[in-house]
Design a binder for this molecule. Structure first.
Ligand code: HEM
Length: 102
């Protein structure tokens, strides 16, 4: 079968990745369980930042205010270092969101 939608590779180690039709669907997911679904969107990927948030050098509240949302603009605005960017690789991936910004 042809892969039409750049389907993410399935992860078998953790849980299965979710597919979100748009960014609002990610926000709804956060609202469903604000305690556990502490997610943000970065470059099309939905990450769980629950564990990371309290350790953020800029303060957890800055990220908390953006839970369920796309943080790219705010992240880039603060001119984070490359090592900050690399941290995303260490976050649990919840799923992928299709590009809804048109
Ligand atoms: C999960 C996403 C984020 C990660 C992994 C992250 C990571 C980091 C890291 C590692 C630093 C230390 C400096 C550096 O290496 O650049 C930092 C600093 C900072 N971050 Fe973030 N950040 C995130 C999201 C945000 C957001 C959304 C904002 C703003 C709304 C923000 C605002 C700041 C500020 C203001 C500092 C400077 C703190 C200081 O030097 O006192 N960050 N962040």
């Amino acid at each position: 079968m042809t892969n039409l939608h750049n389907t993410p590779s399935t992860k078998h180690s953790d849980s299965e990745e979710m597919y979100f039709a748009n960014e609002k669907a990610v926000y709804d997911f956060y609202l469903q369980d604000k305690t556990n679904n502490q997610v943000i969107i970065f470059e099309g990927v939905v990450y769980n930042v629950k564990e990371y948030m309290p350790t953020h050098p800029g303060g957890g509240d800055l990220i908390e205010a953006l839970l369920g949302k796309n943080i790219e603009a705010d992240f880039e605005e603060r001119e984070h270092t490359k090592s900050a960017r690399k941290l995303f690789k260490t976050f649990p991936v919840v799923g992928q969101v299709s590009n809804s910004e048109i």
